[in-house]
Structures are given as structure tokens and as C-alpha cells.
Design a protein around this ligand. Structure first.
Ligand SMILES: Cc1cc2nc3c(=O)[nH]c(=O)nc-3n(C[C@H](O)[C@H](O)[C@H](O)COP(=O)(O)OP(=O)(O)OC[C@H]3O[C@@H](n4cnc5c(N)ncnc54)[C@H](O)[C@@H]3O)c2cc1C
Length: 416
């Protein structure tokens, strides 16, 4: 890897690739951002955690985003028709940002790519192709892709960044090893109308008899996702619309959503998304955003990982992009993903919300009050993303979920 990186080709103009193009463009690096532009009519990744807001501010788009998004003050979890829990970001002790947004993704992505273009990055609206150099670990832009840059780089770029998202272009080309999470769920996703909210604007997570669902309030509509066991979903109908509508009609907890939930878009399906690459960089290439790794839709960590990864990668590149800088980037992203992974695992195994229940009882005792003060600072900051890339807070959540449930059986709150 060259120790001085002046020119960078970024493949994929989602939040990760576009944010990186902005950071590098404003620092005077030569950047080409490729994006094929033919995205689906609706795009997942609409709920942002509060820790993404400072990135929007840094990109200079927060006001714009606020104009087309739903203002969000907290999160609601509905376990069954009797039990639910809502929390406000403003109640998180020591929170730096106590609000966030639910965003229409097409608009958000357009805002970020405009900022990238204004910072000096060259945008190429084409599908990029990359090829391996012989049998080596090195890659280069394919001739037709290089030609689309119209001589901008004077030859090949110093670095190729794969921010292509779930297609995972370079990991597939180089056959990179990856780690797959435990879940093999299917996520069905559509926009709906006529759906009630527990707390207006909040992102809602409902426990279903099979799996869980999200409700993300957007202006004039509701994003709804069902994350369910892949074998089970096939029993619900012949096509995605039938399957989605069957869950909407049958799940008992959805009776609380109002009398007339109505789907207004086709249904999109996502599977096999719990992938983390075991290698994050190599000779002249590096992975970013979902291509590097994604854990799970619950808790809305994806956009934060995308922005935080883009920032960390720009720091590594602007520091010279040598092996050491890239390793630091790799470790930072890997740690951040793993921290989310542990918290998310404890959502699925029921330990996380069992811990909350235990906390409600214990905090009325003197020792419990003392502990509660400490936990209230660290635990919610993992969900808001403010502490998710730190060492202590995620480790505390993991430790408590493992060892502090007393005699309470977490299986009642586990996701099936
Ligand atoms: C079911 C589900 C629900 C989710 N919900 C949330 C949520 O509520 N909140 C949240 O924060 N995250 C959520 N996520 C995660 C979020 O969608 C991603 O983490 C985020 O979009 C990653 O951004 P990215 O820039 O890495 O990739 P992407 O957003 O996927 O962008 C990649 C871009 O690259 C382009 N591209 C691909 N290949 C090429 C090529 N060869 N040439 C040119 N362009 C190319 C694509 O067109 C696309 O524009 C969810 C994910 C899933 C699976």
C-alpha cells in the first residue's frame, strides 16, 4: 500500500461512499465517486440513531434533512399487548444529541452526493467494474470503468474503495473470508398507511409471534419491516406481497396498530445480510460501509457505521494511508461492528430487555439506586450510538446481560 494516497476511486454512492468522497474532496484529494444510480423504489436504512446527527451537521445537510424527514425523540419497544417500553433520547444521562430523524433514503442519499460533488469529487453515474491484477491481491479499475473517468486520474487511482453495499463487489471478486452472524432471517419491507404509533415520531420495534417488526414513521407514511425466520415466511404465501400482507393481517400485536393498516408499495426482501469481512483492506483497496460489514436492522446501526467508517477511513487516508493507518481503521470498524453485534445478540436472546425489567425492580433498593445511576449513563448511550464505538459502555451492557439477570429466565423475551 502506497504511503501517500492522492487519488481515490470510490465505488458506491450510498451514505458511506458519498461521505468519504466529501471528506477526501474537501482535503484536496482527487476523488471519483461511481454510483450506478438504479436503486429500488424504496430503500432500507430510514431510521437514524442520534449519533448520526453530528455527521449530518458536519456534512452541512442537517437543516435540509430536517425539512424532508420525521423528527424523532425516542424509541418504543412493544413486547406484547400488555407490555411495552418507550424511552426518550433526552433522558439519556450525558447525551450529546438528544434527538434524531427518520429519513426518506432516496432524499438523504441525494443530499450527501450533492455535498460530495460540491467538495470537488467527480461523480460518475455508471456501474463500476474492478478486476484482479493476475493472481495477486491487487485490483484495478476495468478499462471501461477507467475510461469513464475521462483521464481524471492520469492512470489508475492510488486506492480503490469498495462502498458498493450488499453486492460486496471486492469481497466476492477476491473471495475474501467472512463471518456470518447466527441469524438467517428474511426481512420484508414496504411502505404503509393507516398505522398508529405509541409515541409519535419514535422508531417502534414490536415483538411478533415469529420474529419482530419495525415501524418507522416517515412524512405521510410508515415504513414497515418484518424480520422473520426464512423457513416460516415461505409458508405464508407464494410471493412477497402475499407473505407481507399475511403477517400484517395475522400477527396479534398488529391489532394494536389501528383498524386499517394498508400497504402502498411493492414489498422488498433482504436475506443473508449478517456478514462481516475478515479482511478490511489489502494492496491498493479497502472496504467501507456495508461492504465491510453489517450486523442487523434492529437498533438502526447501519448508517452510523457507514458515516463513522467513512470518517475513520478518511483519517487513515489523509494520514498517508500506510499499512499502520489502514490497520487502525480496520480495527476501529471491527470493534464498532462487534460492539453492536453483542448488544443485538442480547436483543435476540431476550437478555437485554430482561435486564431492563430487572433494573426496574432493583433500582428501588439502595445499592440498586447507586448502580442505576451508573447504568443509566452507559447503557442507553449504546443504543443512541454515542458510546457504541467506545470500549466501556458496550462491554458493560454485555457483562450485565450475561451475569446480572439474577434468576430471571430471558427466554420469555427472546425473539423466535
Ligand atoms: C432490512 C434492513 C433494514 C435496515 N434498516 C436500517 C435502519 O433503519 N437504519 C440504519 O441506519 N440502517 C439500516 N440498515 C442498514 C443500512 O441500509 C446500511 O447499513 C446502509 O445503507 C449502508 O450504506 P452503504 O453506503 O455502505 O451502502 P448502500 O447504502 O447500499 O450504498 C451502496 C451504493 O453503491 C451502489 N453500487 C453498488 N455496486 C455498484 C457498482 N458496481 N458501481 C457503482 N455503484 C454501485 C449502489 O447503487 C448504492 O447506491 C438496514 C439494513 C437492512 C438489510
Amino acid at each position: 500500500m502506497g504511503s501517500r494516497i492522492r487519488s481515490v476511486a470510490i465505488i458506491g454512492g450510498g451514505p458511506a461512499g458519498s461521505a468519504l468522497a466529501y471528506y477526501l474532496g474537501r482535503a484536496g484529494r482527487k476523488v471519483v465517486l461511481f454510483d450506478k444510480g438504479n436503486r429500488p423504489p424504496i430503500i432500507v436504512g430510514e431510521s437514524l440513531v442520534p449519533a448520526t446527527v453530528p455527521f449530518l451537521a458536519e456534512l452541512g445537510i442537517e437543516e435540509e434533512v430536517r425539512g424532508y424527514s420525521t423528527f424523532k425523540e425516542g424509541a418504543s419497544f412493544i413486547f406484547n399487548s400488555e407490555e411495552s417500553l418507550s424511552f426518550k433520547f433526552a433522558d439519556v444521562r450525558g447525551a450529546k444529541t438528544n434527538y434524531s430523524y427518520n429519513v426518506p433514503r432516496d432524499k438523504l442519499d441525494a443530499s450527501i452526493s450533492e455535498v460530495a460533488a460540491r467538495s470537488g469529487a467527480k461523480l460518475v453515474r455508471e456501474t463500476a467494474r474492478v478486476e484482479r491484477v493476475g493472481q495477486s491481491d491487487r485490483v484495478q479499475l476495468a478499462p471501461e470503468t477507467l475510461a469513464q473517468t475521462e483521464g481524471y486520474f492520469e492512470g489508475q487511482p492510488d486506492l480503490i474503495v469498495d462502498a458498493s453495499g450488499r453486492p460486496r463487489m471486492l469481497p466476492n471478486l477476491l473471495d475474501l473470508p467472512y463471518q456470518h452472524g447466527d441469524r438467517r432471517d428474511t426481512a420484508l419491507f414496504a411502505h404503509c398507511q393507516g398505522i398508529a404509533q405509541v409515541v409519535e415520531g419514535n422508531v417502534h420495534t414490536d415483538t411478533l409471534t415469529h420474529g419482530w417488526s419495525w415501524r418507522i414513521p416517515l412524512p405521510g407514511k410508515m415504513s414497515v419491516g418484518f424480520v422473520v425466520d426464512s423457513d416460516y415466511v415461505k409458508t405464508l404465501g407464494a410471493d412477497l406481497e402475499e407473505q407481507f400482507d399475511a403477517i400484517l393481517a395475522r400477527e396479534p400485536v398488529i391489532k394494536l396498530w389501528g383498524d386499517s393498516p394498508k400497504r402502498i408499495t411493492p414489498v422488498l426482501k433482504y436475506t443473508n445480510y449478517q456478514l462481516v469481512s475478515k479482511r478490511g483492506f489489502g494492496d491498493g483497496w479497502v472496504l467501507l460501509g456495508d461492504t465491510f460489514g453489517f450486523v442487523d436492522p434492529v437498533f438502526s446501526s447501519g448508517l452510523l457505521l457507514a458515516f463513522d467508517g467513512a470518517k475513520a477511513l478518511s483519517t487513515a487516508i489523509l494520514a498517508g494511508g500506510d499499512e499502520r493507518a489502514m490497520r487502525r481503521y480496520d480495527q476501529h470498524v471491527r470493534h464498532h461492528i462487534q460492539a453492536w453485534q453483542k448488544t443485538i445478540d442480547h436483543f435476540y436472546d431476550g437478555r437485554l430487555f430482561t435486564l431492563f425489567k430487572v433494573g426496574e425492580v432493583v433500582r428501588h433498593t439502595p445499592i440498586g439506586r447507586l448502580m442505576d445511576f451508573h447504568f443509566r449513563k452507559h447503557v442507553p448511550r449504546v443504543f443512541t450510538g454515542e458510546a457504541s464505538s467506545k470500549r466501556y459502555s458496550p462491554a458493560l451492557v454485555d457483562f450485565m446481560c450475561r451475569y446480572a439477570l439474577m434468576d430471571n429466565d430471558p427466554s420469555a423475551l427472546a425473539i423466535r
